[in-house]
Design a protein around this ligand. Structure first.
Ligand SMILES: CC(C)(COP(=O)(O)OP(=O)(O)OC[C@H]1O[C@@H](n2cnc3c(N)ncnc32)[C@H](O)[C@@H]1OP(=O)(O)O)[C@@H](O)C(=O)NCCC(=O)NCCS
Length: 201
């Protein structure tokens, strides 16, 4: 199972058993107010959503990562984060984009930032990504704050593909490296040279 670990969290592939764990906040209007794509009302709607996400996660070559965010401390699901290849219509904005939502009682604890940093490291480090972008409603500034904390920079409006009352943010490989979330090529080469050196050199 695909898993990323941070100091306090595990980000892992969704499983069918997550339906009752996600439902309380997917059906909470204050959580999904700005995210119609995860908004559900009935448990069976969350069930259908999770089933579809698991199907996308299993496609190969893998283009989507829909993950439960689990607290290492008590193993509870505190949120959801998903990222993947940008839809064709928005590809000009960046290679990959993301969405995230956390249980209301877990807001403001740094989980959003910790999770976004983890997937950013994975995208630029392991997948060798070139660009990563996100979008949020202007009425939802906490989301933009999290992106800025992870090194994202606001795109200059108007941006083709971003709604008028929304803000688009972009993270390039160079900026991710500057934020310590991607190895620079130079550092990579230095490391390769260092590891090629015989011991005692
Ligand atoms: C947006 C969301 C994912 C952030 O997750 P989180 O775990 O609370 O984020 P963090 O604790 O890592 O950081 C939140 C930051 O936003 C800031 N913030 C909170 N409310 C804010 C507001 N109204 N205006 C500006 N900044 C705000 C916090 O102070 C914090 O920044 P700081 O660390 O510099 O103090 C979470 O609030 C959430 O699940 N919201 C509902 C779903 C959603 O809107 N998702 C995004 C759709 S684009």
């Amino acid at each position: 199972m695909f898993t990323l670990r941070t100091k306090r969290l595990l980000l892992r592939d969704l499983v069918p058993g997550d339906v009752p764990r996600l439902h309380p906040f997917f059906s909470d209007r204050r959580v999904t107010r700005y995210m119609d794509f995860v908004r559900t009302r009935k448990l069976r709607q969350t069930g259908a959503w999770v089933k579809r996400a698991i199907r996308h996660n299993r496609k190969w070559p893998r283009f989507a990562y829909s993950l439960a965010v689990v607290s290492k401390k008590d193993r509870s699901v505190v949120g959801w984060i998903g990222f993947g290849q940008t839809d064709k219509r928005k590809r000009h904005l960046g290679e990959r984009d993301f969405g995230f939502a956390f249980r209301r009682d877990c807001w403001g604890k740094g989980y959003g930032t910790e999770s976004l940093r983890a997937i950013t490291r994975f995208i630029f480090g392991t997948l060798k990504g070139k660009s990563f972008w996100g979008e949020h409603s202007l009425a939802n500034p906490a989301s933009g704050r999290v992106m800025r904390k992870c090194g994202f920079r606001r795109m200059t409006p108007p941006v083709r593909g971003i709604r008028v009352r929304s803000a688009g943010y972009l993270l390039t490989r160079a900026r991710a490296a500057g934020a310590g979330l991607a190895a620079t090529r130079l550092a990579g080469r230095r490391r390769a040279r260092a590891s090629a050196r015989p011991r005692g050199d």
